[in-house]
Design a protein. Structure first.
Length: 335
């Protein structure tokens, strides 16, 4: 009887012991998991320790290259929207041009400034947009010839412009201060024969995009309609030309993006991108892409592929427009 009474006293301890057994099992599992985690951490430490700084740096560079390769699949697209403008500066006459080099390195942000559409040979250079805004010139260049119009372009360190009272294109090196090439653009109208709607000897428009260097102009042979020519950037030789059906004198301005020419229907208030021509497919379409002509008179409008922006000279205001492109991702099967 006494033994039975002691056993009755111990019975409540059985669930407690069972709980201890369960807890002990959990503790064992925790210990095993901690051992596994320690092994993983040790492995990570050993892997990190296996690389010195240079090797890790090279791995980062390799990753960056892979990322850039991915970005290249998004380099070209179709224009969908224009937003802005952002007013950068107010300076100069009503007409002029300002630009940066789309092929410059990320650290090279030089700005070039060419006031007026005629009777001028002075190009002003600024080391950055900030210097341009403050007026801190770094250098001036006295070109060997006067330019015509405002449709110049800086591309890969050289200035391309139309020589005054001619259909001759000049390639001028900023580094050497010399003319590297010059060539007549065959049949191209000049000196206000086929200008944009605002006049100003804007017959020949030089521009660059993701594909290369271009000239946009009109000829008698194409009944005064726009001709697009892709140029060799070294020799200025015409590589290929496309004849469009859009009258040059009815165009406000134009610019190239990804091998497609976009044409505005006016240089005044209410202007919009009205027409596009694809050199890839040799086809055109009418578009309706509005943009805000804030200062009512545009005499220069050029796309910069590095900045993905339109540079404009808007009635003595130097402004920037942002562009939105619709991207088609290239695959390995694309030609």
């Amino acid at each position: 009887q006494e033994l039975k009474e002691k056993m009755d006293e111990l019975l409540p301890l059985i669930p407690v012991l069972e709980q201890y057994k369960t807890d002990a099992k959990l503790i064992t599992q925790f210990k095993e998991e901690i051992r596994n985690l320690s092994t993983v951490l040790t492995g990570i430490q050993e892997e990190i320790g296996a690389y010195d700084y240079e090797e890790l740096h090279q791995r980062v560079l390799s990753l960056e290259t892979r990322l850039r390769d991915c970005m290249k699949k998004l380099t070209c697209g179709k224009l969908m929207k224009i937003t802005g403008p952002i007013t950068v500066k107010i300076s100069g006459t009503r007409f002029g041009a300002w630009m940066t080099d789309p092929l410059a390195s990320e650290k090279n942000n030089r700005v070039w400034y060419m006031d007026s559409y005629t009777n001028n040979k002075i190009v002003r250079e600024y080391k950055s947009i900030a210097d341009f805004v403050s007026g801190a010139e770094s250098r001036t260049y006295n070109l060997p010839f006067k330019w015509a119009g405002t449709n110049h372009v800086v591309y890969n360190g050289s200035l391309y412009f139309n020589k005054y009272q001619s259909n001759i294109i000049i390639k001028y090196s900023f580094d050497t201060g010399r003319v590297l090439a010059q060539r007549s653009l065959e049949y191209a109208g000049f000196h206000n024969v086929y200008p944009y709607t605002w006049g100003g000897f804007s017959d020949i428009d030089l521009m660059a995009d993701e594909i290369g260097l271009w000239a946009v102009y009109a000829t008698n042979q194409n009944a005064g309609n726009i001709v697009i020519s892709q140029l060799n950037q070294d020799t200025l030789e015409v590589l290929k030309s496309w004849s469009t059906g859009y009258p040059k004198r009815s165009a406000g301005e134009s610019f190239m993006i990804c091998g497609t020419l976009y044409v505005t229907n006016s240089h005044l208030t209410g202007a919009k991108v009205y027409y596009s021509y694809s050199t890839k497919t040799s086809t055109y379409e009418y578009t309706d892409i509005p943009f805000h002509n804030q200062y009512f008179h545009i005499s220069m409008l050029d796309y910069n592929a590095r900045d993905r922006a339109l540079y404009a000279w808007n009635n003595g205001h130097q402004v920037l427009f942002n562009v939105t492109l619709f991207h088609v991702i290239k695959t390995e099967d694309d030609t």
